[in-house]
Write a protein that binds this ligand. Structure first.
Ligand SMILES: [Ca+2]
Ligand SMILES: [Ca+2]
Length: 278
């Protein structure tokens, strides 16, 4: 109850900020790191095996990497995968994520089956998929409102708590897969398969290419109050794994300089030297 009143007080502020500035927009970027559990790519912030860091949550769909204390759900598993797979953050624990889906349109499994789902590139673990079974639009909703309420109560401070990061591994991206990000029912931002493929020069549905099997990062401002992820597909199929959520209270690790960053630094240094020589 207390959490709800804090959130409702925060909303008018959010609206004011949205009108006052257009710099609050969420930013979408591509790129992750190799996951240690054989699931292909994961967030550069956390890995399935080292998950559970303060104020980060990962949905890996694997029972082996469940959070302790969250019971998980095997309701969406494909037949034969109940010993290995589950929606492990959902529907039950106090901080549970509420997943809403039509059971005939969503599945959790390992491996690829023609005309059902393809494992994301390099992913030998359980993953989630959404299918329209050949017609119409299938929709799955991941609602993080309960998680936010739970942690707002836990912190019981005046801190405005929000989700400021969401990442997910998107396998065999198709032109007809969409990911949408909402705040209190309003669309904050979205990314379509067409947009991703066009940005990276990928081929729709390619199951192995790094241009169509991509880790996607969305950074939200706290003012945007992201609370719900909606995945849609109007074809077979939309596949995903390693959905990572970061609360605004998390400590953001400083990443080590990558090879590319060092390379860029080297170029700048070279440029300076050649200028000095002149
Ligand atoms: Ca997995
Ligand atoms: Ca696909």
């Amino acid at each position: 109850m207390k959490a709800l009143s804090i959130l409702s007080k925060a909303l008018p502020l959010t609206v004011a900020l949205a009108f006052a500035s257009t710099t609050q927009a969420a930013t979408i970027s591509f790129g992750g790191v190799t996951a240690n559990d054989g699931s292909g790519l994961t967030s550069s912030y956390i890995d399935p095996l080292t998950g559970g860091q303060a104020d980060y949550f990962i949905e890996s769909f694997d029972q082996a990497t469940n959070f302790s204390g969250l019971p998980g759900s095997i309701a969406y598993n494909d037949p034969g995968f109940d010993q290995e797979c589950s929606v492990n953050s959902a529907n039950g624990g106090p901080a549970g994520v509420t997943v809403t889906a039509n059971a005939s349109e969503v599945g959790i499994r390992k491996g690829s089956v023609a005309n059902v789902a393809a494992a994301p590139a390099g992913d030998t673990t359980c993953f989630g998929y959404l299918t329209n079974n050949g017609s119409g639009v299938a929709t799955t909703v991941f609602d993080y409102s309960a998680l936010l309420s739970y942690y707002t109560t836990l912190y019981s401070s005046n801190t405005l708590l929000g989700i400021t990061y969401l990442g997910f591994y998107w396998g065999s991206v198709d032109t007809y897969n969409d990911f949408e990000f909402y705040s209190d029912g309003n669309l904050v931002t979205s990314i379509t398969g067409s947009q991703l493929l066009s940005a990276l020069g990928g081929q729709s549905g390619n199951q192995t290419s790094s241009k169509s099997n991509v880790y996607v990062n969305i950074d939200f401002s706290i003012a945007e109050q992201f609370d719900t992820l909606v995945i849609k597909t109007s074809g077979i199929a939309g596949e995903f794994d390693n959905i990572v959520v970061g609360l605004s209270t998390r400590e953001i690790p400083v990443p080590a300089p990558t090879g590319l960053a060092l390379f860029a630094f080297g170029l700048i240094a070279l440029g300076l030297r050649s200028r000095l020589k002149k």
